[in-house]
Each structure stands twice: as structure tokens, then as C-alpha cells.
Design a protein around this ligand. Structure first.
Ligand SMILES: [Zn+2]
Length: 221
């Protein structure tokens, strides 16, 4: 098969009947999902953490300048079907400064999202099919907020208990009472008891009360 240029007349007819569709400008925050899938649309970018309120809250306000790298693509599956499936794949990656639950210092946690969503006609359908389906179902929208979905997914990927593999600082000594600290050099009570026993002394004996009284009397007189 060799390529042969078509007569220019046909070209002209083609261009009239099938005008080149300018690729639609898709907006990640107001995405026409159906059109995005039909066109096999692609979107990608980087967005600062500070733009994701709920993620920032998880990071306790740290790292707002860090970037979430993301991309999304639309696809019609089974396009010849009467109701072809509308899919959007979302991928994202970010390093979040979370709080280590062991030493309470910041710990960088890599979070990555790679998930495909099938869009159905409405919420009711999504809910109805959700139980029977292992797919992630969402309701079609002409103004879908991809970043909100991204944020949901990132939050779902967070570890329940973020922590360092090895904490950078030795664990802080648990806060102690100053009194306890003063008393801490005192030998263990059992050791004292043991010492008394081995010395043959009676731990309960020796009326100390007498000497106390004597001292009091002395200071008065
Ligand atoms: Zn730690």
C-alpha cells in the first residue's frame, strides 16, 4: 500500500464537511467530563499544596509551596456501544510534610494516586451501581472539579500513622515531675529493704517518734 495524495477537490470537500475541530480547552476545575472522554483529552500540571486546603490542614500548614504533580486523561471505552463508558484516569504525586506520630517532628511522606474513574449519568446511578461494581463510579458533570477529586484521593492515600522509619532525634524523655527527678537517685525501695534485711535490722522498729519529740522539746526550751 502506497500513500497517494488525494485530488485537491476531495480535500476541499473533506475540509468543508469535516472542519478541523479545534481541540477544546479543558479546565481542570470545570471539566466537561463527557467531552473530555470523547476527545481523549489530556490535562497535566503542577499545583502548590497551598491550593489544597484539606491537604494543608493534614500537613499542619507546612510545605504550602511544594508542588503536586498531576495529570488526567479522558477515554471512551467501548465507543461503538449505544452507551459507551466514560472514563477519566487521574494520576498525581506529592511529597507531604506530615507529622511523625512517634517524635512529632515533620516527616516527608510520598503520596501517589493512579486511579481510573467511570462516570455514569447521575449520582443515583453511581450509587445504585456502586455496590455491584468494583469500579470507582462518579456522576457525569459538565463542570467537574478534578482538583477536588485529586485532593480526595491524596487524602485517602495518606498513612494512618505517619512516622519516620528512623526518627532523626532520639525520642524525647517523657516529661517528669521535678520532684520525681530529685527523688530519682534514691535507691529502689526493694533494695533498701534488702539492705535492712541483710544487716539484720528490723525495718518496723526504732521508734523515731521519740527523737522528734525530743527535738521539738529542745527548740522550745
Ligand atoms: Zn519521627
Amino acid at each position: 500500500m502506497s500513500f497517494t495524495a488525494r485530488p485537491s477537490g476531495l480535500d476541499r470537500i473533506d475540509s468543508l464537511t469535516l472542519p478541523a475541530m479545534p481541540s477544546k480547552e479543558f479546565s481542570a476545575q470545570r471539566l466537561d467530563v463527557q467531552a473530555f472522554a470523547e476527545e481523549g483529552g489530556r490535562l497535566s500540571g503542577q499545583r502548590p499544596l497551598s491550593a489544597f486546603e484539606r491537604i494543608v490542614a493534614e500537613a499542619e500548614g507546612r510545605g504550602g509551596e511544594r508542588l503536586v504533580t498531576w495529570q488526567a486523561s479522558g477515554e471512551l471505552r467501548n465507543p461503538r456501544h449505544v452507551h459507551p463508558e466514560v472514563w477519566v484516569t487521574l494520576q498525581a504525586e506529592a511529597v507531604l510534610p506530615l507529622t511523625c506520630q512517634r517524635c512529632l517532628a515533620p516527616v516527608d511522606v510520598l503520596v501517589s494516586v493512579d486511579r481510573a474513574f467511570r462516570f455514569v449519568a447521575d449520582e443515583a446511578q453511581a450509587a445504585a451501581q456502586d455496590d455491584a461494581s468494583e469500579e470507582d463510579l462518579l456522576a457525569l458533570s459538565r463542570s467537574f472539579d478534578l482538583f477536588e477529586l485529586l485532593e480526595d484521593e491524596v487524602l485517602m492515600d495518606l498513612p494512618l500513622v505517619p512516622r519516620h522509619e528512623t526518627c532523626p532525634e532520639p525520642l524525647p524523655v517523657p516529661a517528669t515531675d521535678p520532684v520525681e527527678e530529685v527523688e530519682s537517685p534514691r535507691p529502689h525501695p526493694f533494695a533498701v529493704l534488702q539492705g535492712l534485711k541483710s544487716a539484720g535490722a528490723d525495718p518496723g522498729g526504732k521508734a523515731g517518734g521519740k527523737s522528734d519529740k525530743g527535738r521539738q522539746g529542745g527548740s522550745k526550751g
